[in-house]
Structures are given as C-alpha cells and as structure tokens.
Write a protein that binds this ligand. Structure first.
Ligand code: ADP
Length: 217
C-alpha cells in the first residue's frame, strides 16, 4: 500500500507514521527528516533545503519530486510506503501520481490528521527534537540527552520558533489544504482522523481507517 499522510504541522504525522510503518512492515518516508539528515551530513540537498525550512517555507516541488521518485523506486518500498509530509502541494500530488502510474502503482489511501490551531501551536512550541533520530519529546529541555540513547541531544527546531510556526500553518492552509480536495476528486479516499487524544488512540483510529480502505478496495 502507498499511503499518504496529510495534516498540518504538529498534527502528529511523524509519530503516527512511524507506528503505522512498524505495524504494516513498510518504510516511512518523511521528507522533513530526510532534509534534516542531509543538512547534518552537509550535503548540497541539505544546504539548499535549510533556507526554506528554517523560515517554515516549502522546499521547491522539483526537489521533492526527485526525492519521491527515488524513494518509491527503492527496493525497500516494493511492498509499499508511508509518505509522511511528503506531499504538500497540488503539483506534488500530480507529480507523484504520474510517477506511480509509470510503475503500475497508485496512492491507495490518504490519512488526514486533524487538530485545531490552538492545539497545534501548543504542541509545536512546547516540543524538543532529537538531533539524531528526530523524535519529538514533550516536557524535556533543549540540551537533554535523547531518551532513546542514540547519542543525540534534544534541540528546539528552528522552525518551531513562533514566527516560523505561524508561517508553516499559513503555508499549510494556502498550499497543502487544497491537496485534500485534489485526492477526493481523483478517486483516492481521504480518511479524516481526529488527531487529538492519546497517541495509542489516534493510532487505533488510523489503523481502523486503513482497514476500511482495504475492505472497500
Ligand atoms: P512539519 O510537517 O511539522 O512542518 P517536517 O519535519 O515534516 O515538519 O518538515 C519540515 C520542513 O521540510 C517543511 O516546513 C518544509 O520546509 C520542508 N518540506 C518537507 N516536506 C516537504 C514537501 N513535500 N514540500 C515542500 N517542503 C517540504
């Protein structure tokens, strides 16, 4: 199954994507994580992405489509993949669809994680993130060792500063929200998931939504 995760920043796509990927035994492809890893390694991709990411702007579509093409064609993705935050504009949705068509595949499901703005801002502004595994944590100060013991330190992501958060939410409304209607009009079922509540409850809702899609197909 190729599953696209949609939802505003802070809705929990990363957390849920990881849990669903483990459950389904398919990889999670998170473009934001790929860019931050590239930046840590100092590759040209990382350096290019940084200027957009720090402000909370989107990385150009052409860059994203190159990454998506490569990820979809990789051997790890033969059984499917979870695309976390990897489709953020209508041209990206179109480009991904074209690329999948050429290899006889398609997006099977879209999961839309929904939460209100107050909750999103609260989550983003109160989290710290491991600079190695990129897992977000709440209630831990910057500089703390990563609880996963991977040698990483918790940092406040530059795009989790208030101005960048507001920009990311605006960018989501303007450029990413139209992707929902695009999938609906192109015959891909969009499953809306209430992203408020315990992580495990949200995962259960997402898993149920995927079962509904599988039964319908
Ligand atoms: P969030 O979803 O909370 O904004 P991510 O870690 O997924 O955080 O992404 C961080 C940043 O990476 C985005 O703000 C954006 O600059 C860039 N990015 C990731 N995926 C895409 C994409 N598909 N299109 C454009 N930019 C992207």
């Amino acid at each position: 199954m190729i599953i696209v995760l949609l939802g505003p920043p802070g809705a929990g796509k990363g957390t849920q994507g990881e849990l669903l990927a483990a459950r389904l035994g398919i990889p999670k492809i998170a473009t934001g994580d790929l860019f931050r890893a590239a930046l840590r390694e100092g590759t040209p991709l990382g350096v290019e992405a940084k200027q957009f990411m720090d402000r909370g702007d989107l990385v150009p579509d052409s860059v994203i489509l190159g990454i998506l093409r490569e990820a979809i064609a990789s051997p790890e993705a033969v059984r499917g993949a979870i695309l976390d935050g990897a489709v953020r504009t209508v041209p990206q949705a179109e480009g991904l669809a074209e690329c999948l068509t050429t290899i006889g595949r398609k997006v099977d499901a879209v999961l839309l994680f929904e939460a209100n703005h107050t909750e999103l801002i609260r989550r983003l502004s109160s989290r710290t993130t491991c600079d190695i595994c990129q897992t977000p944590f709440k209630g831990l100060q910057p500089g703390t060792a990563c609880p996963r013991n991977d040698g990483g330190r918790l940092i406040r992501r530059q795009d989790d500063e208030p101005e960048a958060i507001q920009n990311r939410l605006n960018v989501y409304e303007e450029l990413t929200a139209p992707v929902i209607a695009w999938y609906e009009t192109h015959g891909v079922p969009v499953q809306r998931i209430d992203a408020i509540g315990d992580v495990t409850d949200v995962t259960a809702r997402a898993a149920q939504a995927l079962e509904r899609v599988q039964h319908a197909g």
